[in-house]
Structures are given as structure tokens and as C-alpha cells.
Design a protein around this ligand. Structure first.
Ligand code: SF4
Length: 468
């Protein structure tokens, strides 16, 4: 994983697999479009028709990469696709996925969401054994491990995945003796989401359920940690990876920020989870006796939590900021002065709602602090009398090594400052984070999730990061 120069925790990647559905590549394209928020640097689709893999990949947004002509070339009823946000390997076109290789052992195509924590060692070993890599992405080690192994496709996949560590939700197509199988895999910790949907007589597998809605697929269920769905002919078989791990570790940040609120992720409505986090903040403020006139959410991911806060506290929910969706993301700009400007053109305050009001402002996180500071300045300039900033998550104190692009620890404001100091820095009258214990209580989470960026309790030691 590389450290980010960008302003915050950034989305990871999104994957889609379509099995036994006419125009599979077209369905994959639409589903990738629904997953665009998970990666904007590039996308690709590989389809299988009459035993042959055909692919198209490009840099940019899904709608700019695919058109009628190149989709029509991707024939067949089976396809996998990927939207990329570069967490490992950097953003050059050879790193776009799905990766794809022809070998004497059968053709293999792979799409990956996550980050492998031991990829550098594996790559070194594979190169010493003669493997030639075509990209810089960690995913390619899985491709080589499968290609080098003998046995049935299932045995080859098992042997390959026994060697990799870290976070991986995968879609893999393996063609073996003119018979193709698709494997949907979630790592034994279950870091990244992966769900199964039904479409006609076929199947769709995707990172989030919002990918099903656009193509009229029906959500079936979330894959279990360590589960593999092996699609062959017109059905699938479920089996578990023979790897045991000490705990489960589904990413808590998927609910807080990364996933779309209209998705089911880890079997739960993201919208409901965010609302509950807002309710939890309101419960604490009620207990502490906070006096305010209204609550607003920082669009987009702060809105659901603000609605929950409003329901619980009785304060009116208002729109205080309007987001312009049609500009580039603030992280595209490299210089601090430009980045502040981008915040301003991205979020525009509504003075008529804010003037003279004591405002509770709900956001999902404070990463470096610069964006929050600018937003609060905008709110004050628009007339807000008091700003009580509430974060619907604990303080982010440490980077992610499992598929999320994050600033390095020294750039995380909460790793250096106390809650009070941060409140002062972001120009708020008060600041409160949501304690991790309260999240587990409120969301009624039965199994421990990955919360390492809030607690530094890493489920998998980040052994070989930064050396790829
Ligand atoms: S470290 Fe944070 S962002 Fe990364 S997987 Fe864990 S909870 Fe998610």
C-alpha cells in the first residue's frame, strides 16, 4: 500500500461478476457504473464466450471507458469487472483490472478488492522462480500462484490462497479444458464486502447491493468470511477456504463512509447503520445537556447520521450545505491553497437556514482537519452562531492496510491532537467523536469488526507494506 497525499480516507475498489446472464458484459458495465464511488481511476471488463476471454480496460470513469462498440465486442453470458482506486501499485494503465493471463494450465482472469499484506515477499519469491510480472499490483501474485499450481481449478485456487495474507474479495474466472468456472471469494477475515444476487436464471456478485438495483437483480445474501462460491455450468457450490484465522474483521468504515447508503453491506442497510450512529451521538449530547437549534449533515455521508441525530434529539434537521456533484474531487488538487478552494466550490452553505443558529454539524470523519476547518469557516461566514461538530465515528488515528488509501499516521490530525485541540483547530465551539464502544452497542454488532484505523488493533500484521 502507498501512503496517500490526498485529503482523506479514499474508497477502495469495486468488483462485479455476472454468470449465466445474456449480455453479461453489458450487465457488468451497468453494475460497475453503480459502484463508481468505489473507484474512479479506471475500470475494466473481461467476458468469456465460446471458451475465449475478451477484455477491455481503460482509465477514467466507467461511462467514458465503455461505449456501444467496445461493449458489443465483449460477448457471452459470463463476465467479471472492476473499478479501480489505486491502493497498491499506483495509477498507470498496466495496473488496471481485471488482470488476465493465458497459460498452458488454462486461462485466468481476476478482479480484486482489498490489499494483500504479504505480496512483496510472494512477488520476490515468484520472480526468483521465473514468473514475469506485467503490472505493479499486489493482485498479480494470486494470478501467478494459480497459474503455477496443478490440479483442478478448485485445488489450484485453494493452494494459491493458502499463501496470501490480508484483505481480498475476489472474482476469478478460470478456463480449464474448455470449461470455465467463476469463483467469488471473500478472505477468512471478511474485510471487504461481497454479495450475491439473482438475475433471471443467472447470478450477479458485487461489492455492494446497489450494483444489483440498476440491473433488476435480486439481493440474495452477503458471502461469509472465508466463503467461496464456485460457479460452474448453470449453478454454484459454496465451500470454505481451508484457512483458519483468530477473528473476523469486516471493515467498519464501509458503513461509516465508503459504501453507498442505498446498499446492503455485510447484510445491513448502510443508511440504517449511519442513522443509528447519529442517534448514538444525540444520546450522548442529550445526556451532556447540549443546547442547539438545528442539526445539519455534511453531504453526502453525514446526512443519514444527521437524520438519526435529529430523530433522537428532537432538533430539526435542515440542509445547511449543498454539495456540487459535478466537480472533481478535492484530492485531485495537489496544493493546499487550491484544495481549500475546491472545498468551497464543492460545498455551498445556505445562509437563510444558518443565520443566528446554534448548529450541530454531523460529519463522518476528520482526517487531516483542513476540510472540516474550511467547512466550519463557510458556515460561520453564512451566519451560524455556534458550531457543534459531531463525528459519527471514532477518531481516525492510524492508517489502513487492507484496501483503503489513507494518509500516513503523521498526517492524521487525531494521531497528534486531543479532541479538544482538534475542535479548536477546526474552528468548532465543541467537538465530539462517537466512542467505539458506543458504536458496537448501538449497532448491535455481534462479531468484532476491523476497527484498526480507530484502535490500532490490526487483525493482520502489515508485514511487507511499502516495499512493493
Ligand atoms: S483499518 Fe479502518 S478502513 Fe481499514 S479495514 Fe480496518 S476499519 Fe476498514
Amino acid at each position: 500500500m502507498k501512503s496517500s497525499n490526498k485529503s482523506g480516507f479514499q474508497d477502495n475498489c469495486g468488483i462485479v461478476g455476472v454468470w449465466d446472464v445474456p449480455e453479461a458484459a453489458h450487465i457488468t458495465y451497468l453494475s460497475l457504473f453503480a459502484l463508481q464511488h468505489r473507484g474512479q481511476e479506471g475500470a475494466g471488463i473481461i467476458s468469456r464466450d465460446h471458451g475465449r476471454f475478451t477484455g477491455h480496460r481503460g482509465q477514467g470513469l466507467v461511462h467514458s471507458i465503455f461505449n456501444k462498440e467496445n461493449i458489443q465486442v465483449l460477448k457471452g453470458e459470463r463476465a467479471i469487472g472492476h473499478v479501480r482506486y489505486s491502493t497498491a501499485g499506483g495509477s498507470i494503465s498496466r495496473n488496471l483490472q481485471p488482470l488476465w493471463a493465458e497459460s498452458s494450465n488454462g486461462d485466468i482472469a481476476i478482479a480484486h478488492n482489498g490489499t494483500l499484506t504479504n505480496s512483496a515477499e510472494l512477488r520476490k519469491r515468484l520472480e526468483a522462480e521465473g514468473s514475469v510480472f506485467q503490472s505493479y499490483v499486489d493482485t498479480e501474485v494470486i494470478l501467478h500462484l494459480i497459474a503455477k499450481t496443478h490440479g483442478s481449478p478448485r485445488e489450484r485456487l485453494q493452494k494459491a490462497l493458502e499463501q496470501v495474507k490480508g484483505a481480498y474479495s475476489l472474482l476469478i474466472m478460470i478456463r480449464d479444458n474448455d470449461h470455465t468456472r467463476m469463483f467469488a471469494v471473500k478472505d477468512p477475515y471478511g474485510f471487504r464486502p461481497l454479495a450475491l444476487g439473482r438475475l433471471g436464471k443467472g447470478w450477479v456478485v458485487a461489492s455492494e447491493s446497489c450494483a444489483f438495483d440498476l440491473v433488476d437483480a435480486r439481493y440474495e445474501r452477503e458471502l461469509n468470511a472465508g466463503e467461496v462460491l464456485e460457479f460452474s455450468r448453470n449453478d454454484y457450490e459454496s465451500w470454505q477456504l481451508p484457512v483458519s484465522v483468530p477473528r473476523k474483521a469486516a471493515c467498519l468504515f464501509e458503513w461509516i463512509y465508503f459504501s453507498r447508503p442505498d446498499s446492503l453491506v455485510f447484510s445491513k442497510s448502510v443508511y440504517e447503520m449511519r442513522k443509528k450512529m447519529g442517534e448514538a451521538l444525540a444520546e450522548i449530547d442529550k445526556h451532556e445537556g447540549l443546547q442547539a437549534d438545528m442539526v445539519i449533515g455534511v453531504p453526502d455521508s453525514g446526512i443519514a447520521a444527521a437524520i438519526g441525530y435529529s430523530h433522537q434529539s428532537g432538533l430539526p434537521f435542515e440542509l445547511g450545505l449543498i454539495r456540487n456533484h459535478y466537480i472533481g474531487r478535492s484530492f485531485i488538487e495537489p496544493h493546499q491553497s487550491v484544495r481549500d478552494f475546491t472545498v468551497k466550490i464543492k460545498q455551498n452553505p445556505l445562509p437563510e437556514n444558518l443565520k443566528g443558529k446554534r448548529v450541530v454539524v454531523i460529519d463522518d470523519s476528520i482526517v487531516r482537519g483542513t476540510t472540516s476547518k474550511k467547512i466550519n469557516q463557510l458556515l460561520r461566514e453564512a451566519g451560524a452562531k455556534e458550531i457543534h461538530m459531531r463525528i459519527a465515528a471514532p477518531a481516525t488515528i492510524s492508517p489502513c492496510y487492507y484496501g483503503i488509501d489513507t494518509p500516513q499516521k503523521s498526517d492524521l490530525i487525531a494521531a497528534r491532537m486531543s479532541e479538544k485541540e482538534i475542535g479548536k483547530y477546526v474552528a468548532a465551539d465543541s467537538l465530539r467523536y462517537l466512542p467505539i464502544k458506543k458504536i458496537y452497542e448501538k449497532l448491535k454488532v455481534e462479531e468484532r469488526m476491523c476497527d484498526a484505523c480507530f484502535t490500532e488493533d490490526y487483525p493482520v500484521p502489515p508485514e511487507s507494506l511499502g516495499s512493493l
